[in-house]
Design a protein around this ligand. Structure first.
Ligand code: NAD
Length: 260
């Protein structure tokens, strides 16, 4: 039986973040959800997790490009739960385009959501975690935090950045019971991946079927997508006592992609 925790998972109204929030609730932990989407669907998710697992599940729609909204989200979680023990920085977006055509606004948004938001959430939770002598911070990076692909300049820059941030926070938390790790997934079939297939097809002059076969699954020696559940199980493990000495690491879960 793992300790009961209070967790914040950014970008948890969809995909990987929703999977992690669900796995945390299934462990009996309280969860603060965040992310965009249809209000009715988000409320159904929130209420459904509460009813199924008997935990408190809250929702705060903070925009991860807005530092003041991020601070308010953490303040609301602390006020409601008493404290935040687990923080998962997961919110992320993608844009696929050759660098010469890459829109400035997309660069700024990707750096803000995929990298800077993690700085703001960590800054807001760190003092409390250090004071209590316990904290688990997990940054959802990517295989693109370790290696590059063409046409994803902002995403690859942000994901490499978050791996560096992970190491720094691990060192700052090391003597205070606060671990910080990055999870680096390969391709997971979520809306984020589904949406980039048409743009990748245009950028590479391929059909969408060819993109799945020759770009997406070709990157992964197993020729299979990583699943949301596999990533969520790794996140749960990283929060456990057995993971107390695992910190500052970038954990590949990518079907062998980065091993090449
Ligand atoms: P997704 O599109 O299914 O979910 C993204 C979540 O982020 C959603 O809840 C969305 O509402 C939220 N979000 C987007 N912009 C936001 C903003 N400004 N403020 C608050 N929330 C915002 O995507 P996913 O595939 O589940 O991706 C989750 C994370 O995993 C991302 O950081 C992504 O880079 C990373 N990742 C995904 C894959 C993959 O193959 N899907 C691989 C490696 C890493």
């Amino acid at each position: 039986m793992t300790k009961m925790h209070n967790a914040v998972v950014t970008g948890s109204t969809s995909g990987i973040g929703q999977g992690i929030a669900t796995a945390f609730a299934a462990k009996g932990w309280n969860v603060m959800l965040n992310g965009f989407g249809d209000a009715g669907e988000i409320e159904a998710l929130r209420a459904g997790l509460e009813a199924k697992y008997g935990v408190t599940v809250l929702y705060n729609g903070a925009d991860m490009t807005k530092p003041d909204e991020i601070r308010s989200l953490v303040e609301e979680a602390e006020a409601s739960f008493g404290q935040v023990d687990v923080l998962v920085n997961n919110a992320g977006i993608q844009h696929v385009s050759p660098v010469e055509d890459f829109p400035d606004a997309k660069w700024d948004a990707i750096i803000a959501i995929n990298l800077s938001s993690a700085f703001h959430t960590i800054k807001a939770v760190m003092a409390g975690m250090k004071q209590r002598g316990f904290g688990r911070i997990i940054n959802i990076a990517s295989a693109h935090g370790l290696v590059a692909s063409p046409f994803k300049s902002a995403y690859v820059a942000a994901k490499h950045g978050i791996v560096g941030l992970t190491k720094t926070i691990a060192l700052e938390g090391a003597e205070h019971g606060v671990t910080c790790n990055a999870i680096c997934p390969g391709y997971v079939k979520t809306p984020l991946v589904e949406k980039q297939i048409p743009d990748t097809a245009i950028a590479r002059g391929m059909s969408e079927e060819e993109v799945i076969e020759k770009v997406i699954l070709a990157a992964q020696p197993t020729k299979q997508f990583v699943t949301v559940e596999q990533i969520a199980a790794l996140a749960v493990f990283l929060c456990s006592e057995n993971a107390a000495q695992i910190t500052g690491a970038a954990h590949q879960i990518d079907g062998g992609w980065v091993a090449r």
